[in-house]
Write a protein that binds this ligand. Structure first.
Ligand SMILES: [Zn+2]
Ligand SMILES: [Zn+2]
Length: 125
């Protein structure tokens, strides 16, 4: 991995996302970094982490983009897992072990799966 000026903010942000049980939005990350990183830096770092496949995006019910860490349990990890959106606390959780199952008509090739379930999370039931 090459070192850049943004290494510190990058590791801080990646740590926050990795340690969080739920996916985090840009605004939440900004609050959690206590002003260490400005808006633009956070945007840049998030884009880079997504490009490097260290985190992925999930969208909550409001349309807010949330970021979650990718579990690298295998060499060829996939993002084909289910996301759970809570109606009450608006949290987004990665259900890494739940894979959506679907059957496509002929001649369709899936590149990305965005599968979101909505309801109440364990904290809100
Ligand atoms: Zn909830
Ligand atoms: Zn996820």
């Amino acid at each position: 991995m090459k070192t850049t000026r943004n290494t510190t903010s990058k590791s801080v942000i990646l740590d926050l996302i990795t340690q969080s049980e739920v996916a985090l939005s840009h605004a939440e990350i900004q609050i959690l970094t206590n002003g260490i990183c400005d808006r633009v830096t956070i945007y840049r770092v998030l884009e880079r982490l997504v490009n490097e496949d260290l985190i992925h995006k999930a969208v909550n019910l409001d349309g807010t983009i949330k970021y979650a860490s990718c579990s690298h349990s295998s060499e060829h990890h996939s993002h084909n897992h289910v996301h759970f959106c809570c109606e009450k606390c608006k949290s987004v959780t990665c259900l890494d072990n739940v894979e959506p199952i679907f059957t496509l008509p002929k001649n369709y090739k899936v590149k990305e799966v965005n599968f979101t379930l909505t309801g109440l999370c364990p904290n809100c039931i």
